[in-house]
Design a protein around this ligand. Sequence first.
Ligand SMILES: Cc1cc2nc3c(=O)[nH]c(=O)nc-3n(C[C@H](O)[C@H](O)[C@H](O)COP(=O)(O)O)c2cc1C
Length: 345
Amino acid sequence: MNAVVSALGLAEDDVRGVLEAASLAPSIHNSQPWRFVLRPDRIELRSDEGGRLRAADPGGRELRLSCGAALFNVRLALQGLGIRPLVTLVPGRTTPGALAVIRRGGSFTTTDETRALLRAVGRRRTNRHPFTDAAVPDGHRVQVVRAAELERSWLHVVDDRAELAVLRGLVRQANRRQLADPTVQAELAAWTGGRASPGHGVPRASAGFVPEPQDEWALRDFSSGAPVERPSGKDYEPSPLVVVLCSFYDGPLGELQAGQALQRVLLSATALGLSASFLSQVIEVDGTREGLRRALGGSLFPQTVLRLGFGSPVPRTPRLPVDDLVVPLPGVPASTGSRNPGGTR
Ligand SMILES: Cc1cc2nc3c(=O)[nH]c(=O)nc-3n(C[C@H](O)[C@H](O)[C@H](O)COP(=O)(O)O)c2cc1C
């Protein structure tokens, strides 16, 4: 059933295009926890609490990061239509799950940068495979750091050897903790390897190789007991560019801000020909997140850790149809998309 109606004075097809852009954002375990209320003068972004990962993300921090990434795509898509988006962040202030309200703020002259980022929306992927050994050029680093700054967040490049060793140790420690936690593992299994409900989750084709002792960084294993065979000699690159995305303040507002920064960083990286994967375990485990925060000087709030480099193409992950993302309003026909792959609702 068609749930998309007009909003912001746009034709239905344009609204659909905006929601399609939003749906292509990254999300924790591909849970796609974003929902939209369409009203004549605004689009409201809400979280779908059923998409929350009760074990890995009990406080909903990564849910809000994911929704922030989708919000960035909404802003970008509106800019592409010549509209200046006026965004108010309202986490939890109006209705439970309310995150942001987007209104028309006048007209926008599309720039080359907007066009490049828009082109990257459909090309961006999380790439868990080994990257080449080529170093990320300094000019590229400057651009991804600037991308975070433009979204009022901070991207800390970990290039000091001692700092890298500390971070690597913390990632391993967090990974070990999560591997030993049956609830986290059961949840991971529910969202991976085709066990998630249609349109959700991380398919086996998107898993990286099962971590081996020689791997420098412990990537999350999405192979769900059916390891993806590692061709001989296909080791992970010895020195990827590792960055920590931080917010300047803690809590839902900082997380929504960091989510938008995350997406600007990822799209800027994609536009530069870079691939990225995440090392979130270290942030999900409270003790290691605090250890990382202290290692970075104690004044910023780490929100996610990324590995950047030059990778080869990887397949696209599934997405929900946009009609399923629209919150039905009284008197407007609603879609009936159902979800809840992990039984967490
Ligand atoms: C906040 C956040 C945390 C994530 N953490 C991890 C992670 O620790 N390991 C990983 O492999 N992917 C991680 N991802 C990537 C998601 O699994 C990925 O975005 C999702 O499966 C959709 O695939 P796509 O990014 O290729 O579109 C994370 C994504 C977000 C937004």
